[in-house]
Design a protein around this ligand. Structure first.
Ligand code: CDP
Length: 223
């Protein structure tokens, strides 16, 4: 059973801010579990896409989130029993994820699943609302940012490494649109949680950002 006494570190931030890489490394360093909450929205989007559920059918979208048959095994992410680790990283899936993530019933359907990741000895959770909505009492909250240019470059590299085609101009436009949608929605908008430490990683390596988060964690009283 997840317990409120198990420490949680939340790392929120805009798209391609590097939070996934930083969160995974912090989790690895501390021997904690890791929750990639964006993957749950991406898995829902992939499932919606494959079943051609129309975007205006909120009931069916929420049902798709509620009955998401997924599991995580290290870096591998499965939908039913299919390894979709790469498929969910496509920009089209990220964009659809951001659209359905604005629907409150979809967010509600994924709530319990996210809480269930809080297991001994601790959890590092990354996303948009980890510190504001899902784990508001986390012992350490971080809000990662980076310039649009730095984020577009990172996303470009990530997509090319995964075998997708990508160009910087489209990516910068996509990032800006997605940030606006994530920040302006009424349900769990992207914003820094109260008490969150802000970290601009534009000119930092992932390891420098990890070091900073670990030193904040060492100084914080883990809850
Ligand atoms: O990889 P990237 O940072 O672009 O996105 P992601 O973390 O994989 O999340 C994909 C989309 O899911 C985001 O654009 C958000 O709209 C949504 N999301 C959310 O609403 N709440 C979260 N906790 C995580 C992701």
């Amino acid at each position: 059973m997840p317990s409120p006494h198990i420490p949680v570190i939340t790392i929120d931030g805009p798209t391609a801010s590097g939070k996934g890489t930083v969160a995974q490394k912090v989790a690895q360093h501390l021997g904690f579990h890791y929750l990639d909450s964006g993957a749950l929205y991406r898995l829902t989007a992939l499932s919606v896409m494959r079943r051609a559920i129309p975007l205006d059918d909120e009931h069916a979208l929420a049902k798709a989130a509620e009955h998401l048959h997924c599991h995580f095994n290290g870096a591998h992410i499965f939908l039913a029993n299919e390894d979709v680790s790469n498929d969910i990283r496509a920009e089209a899936v990220g964009n659809l994820a951001s659209k359905i993530a604005a629907i409150p019933t979809v967010r509600q359907a994924l709530f319990g699943l996210q809480l269930s990741f809080r297991q001994h000895p601790g959890l590092v959770a990354d996303g948009r609302d980890m510190g504001t909505v899902i784990f508001p009492h986390a012992g350490l909250k971080v809000f990662l940012t980076a310039s649009v240019q730095a984020r577009a470059l990172r996303r470009h590299k990530q997509l090319i490494d995964k075998g997708f085609s990508a160009n910087m101009e489209d990516l910068s436009k996509d990032l800006t649109e997605r940030d606006a949608r994530d920040s302006n929605r009424s349900s769990a908008p992207l914003k820094a949680a109260e008490g969150a430490y802000l970290l601009d990683t534009s000119a930092m390596t992932a390891d420098q950002a990890v070091e900073q988060v670990l030193s904040w964690y060492a100084a914080a009283k883990p809850v």
